[in-house]
Design a protein around this ligand. Structure first.
Ligand code: SF4
Length: 351
């Protein structure tokens, strides 16, 4: 691509978060342990490339648990599932592994806790998003979903002194803060998380975009259409006055976006593989190359789901005893899970 772009500023952190790392590695184990097809309820993470990579090795993604044949292995996605989906899966599938991110589980627990105490709960989130659907289903009688731009006019609590506010983990910080402010004004005794339910990955990636917005002529965000945190990054950049565009990969770049741009900011949503980001740099081919723009270090790590760890341990013991010749993915297995990355996992299923 011929452009005037001099430099690309590459956000750090960007791309895979600890929840996505765990979920991708967990599904990789599923396709190694079980004969295909392996079923997955909802897209394991909201990224087109990742979903297609798993489909190629025999994963079937379903949006209704009744599509899973009796006795088949099934994984539940990182976004968290409704209690009736979990019990439905347990009733029909042979093996159920829940790859829900622990930070989503935390919000589910909070909803159950506040509903049990008789609170009316404001859930700030995006209607129809997998995470929102799963969380609201924990206490549908007690919870009201509020899109950030709606405000609270449609919310009518039984007791204004018993109101709680929880949020989808991937919202834009400004959008969530506006609803929180309004709720605190209306309900002085509002109960809410000490910091917020927005996860560390969401806030770190947004913080990087906020800083990049002041340095760049345009920002490109790699991630899929249905990825909530990706869309939040695009909106966040625009709120800071810098044009921003979401792309699935380099092929989606419209050269018109880069006309007159000297410095381009580049980041990726929490479910976007990094080779797609590298592809964008290659396509832009900035005259002076790229520089990292680091706002913080991320060291979070989430272990594989407990049910899956038991399978992996058993399989490891069988291989060691020579009972099965099924080759391990990597030597060391569970012990080495912390070092084994989702990028390596995806590369291993692609070969
Ligand atoms: S974006 Fe946050 S809540 Fe979602 S999977 Fe990643 S760490 Fe978990």
């Amino acid at each position: 691509m011929t452009s005037m772009v001099q430099r690309v500023l590459l956000a750090e952190p960007r791309g895979f978060c600890a929840g996505v790392e765990m979920a991708i590695k967990a599904l990789t184990w599923m396709v190694r342990i079980f004969e295909p097809p392996v079923y997955c309820y909802h897209e394991i993470v909201h990224n087109e490339w990742v979903v297609k990579a798993f489909e190629r090795v025999g994963v079937v993604f379903v949006d209704d648990i009744s599509e899973v044949p009796e006795g088949a292995p099934v994984m539940l996605s990182a976004h968290g599932s409704a209690p009736e989906v979990v019990s439905g899966a347990e009733a029909r599938a042979g093996v159920v592994i829940d790859a829900v991110c622990p930070l989503v589980t935390k919000v589910h627990h909070e909803v159950k806790r506040m509903a049990a105490k008789g609170y009316d709960i404001i859930y700030v989130g995006h209607q129809g998003h997998d995470e929102a659907v799963g969380t609201v289903a924990e206490a549908p009688h007690a919870i009201t979903l509020v899109e950030p731009e709606w405000g609270l006019d449609g919310f009518r609590p039984a007791d204004p002194d018993r109101v709680a506010l929880v949020a989808q983990t991937t919202l834009g910080m400004h959008e969530w803060a506006q609803v929180l402010e309004e709720a605190q004004r209306r309900y002085p005794n509002l109960q809410t998380a000490r910091r917020s339910d927005l996860c560390y990955a969401t806030t770190n990636r947004q913080e990087a975009v906020a800083q990049l917005a002041g340095q760049c002529d345009v920002i490109l965000v790699v991630g899929s259409e249905n990825s909530s945190n990706t869309q939040a990054l695009v909106r966040y950049s625009r709120e800071h006055g810098t044009p921003a565009y979401r792309i699935d990969s380099a092929a989606d770049i419209d050269p018109a976006w880069l006309e007159g741009a000297e410095v381009v900011g580049l980041t990726a949503g929490a479910s976007a593989p990094d080779h797609l980001v590298q592809g964008v740099i290659d396509r832009i081919d900035p005259a002076q190359g790229f520089e990292l723009w680091r706002v913080t270090e991320e060291g979070e790590y989430f272990p594989l789901p407990p049910q899956l760890r038991a399978f992996v341990t058993t399989l490891g013991a069988l291989v060691e005893a020579g009972v099965t010749a099924k080759p391990p993915a990597e030597p060391g297995w569970l012990d080495r899970d912390r070092e084994w990355t989702a990028t390596e996992a995806l590369a291993s299923i692609a070969t």
